[in-house]
Design a protein around this ligand. Structure first.
Ligand code: SME
Length: 162
């Protein structure tokens, strides 16, 4: 199946999840499973959320699918995860071995995308996806993962919306 077709199909399934799940946590859990199962190069899919009131600001590992990571708490001045949360911008790294910010999760990881999640205009967390393939995240992937982050942000804003 061409990648674009697969992304369109999975995007529709993501939109369906935003309606069928009761809570943001349930949405994030099912989204991790869906993306990990259906997107062939998405080998680790997880969420980091900003810990309320932490100083310095701290990202805390939430729900994820893939190998356990040593990075369960990441200060926002560290890692690719920290860079995305601190800047509020999507970070795509085609070759993690060439990025000095990279905090290693698995030796197999070759590329990574991190997309911030906004609630009422403020970063509250992010989706982090690692791939065993170099440069796995195209512009199409970036738009798709940004859509996933928006869906989670909306659910966090209006948890009871059905
Ligand atoms: N690679 C990330 C750390 C999280 S693990 O990939 C799950 C980073 O550099 O921030």
């Amino acid at each position: 199946m061409p990648v674009e077709t697969r992304i369109d199909e999975v995007r529709q399934q993501v939109d369906a999840l935003s309606i069928t799940t009761q809570t943001a946590h349930e949405l994030m859990e099912q989204m991790c499973k869906l993306l990990h199962d259906r997107m062939l190069k998405y080998n680790w899919v997880g969420f980091y959320m900003l810990e309320p009131g932490s100083n310095p600001p701290m990202l805390v590992l939430g729900t994820f699918v893939g190998a356990m990571t040593p990075h369960t708490r990441i200060p926002v001045d560290q890692g690719i995860c920290g860079a995305a949360a601190a800047s509020g911008h999507t970070v795509v790294v085609d070759d993690v071995s060439k990025d000095s910010r990279y905090l290693a999760c698995s030796l197999e990881t070759k590329s990574e995308i991190v997309v911030p999640i906004f609630v009422h205009g403020k970063v509250v967390g992010e989706i982090d996806i690692d791939s065993h393939f170099p440069a796995a995240f195209s512009g199409e992937d970036k738009r798709f993962v940004q859509h996933c982050a928006e869906v989670v942000g909306k659910k966090l804003e209006k948890p009871a919306a059905r």
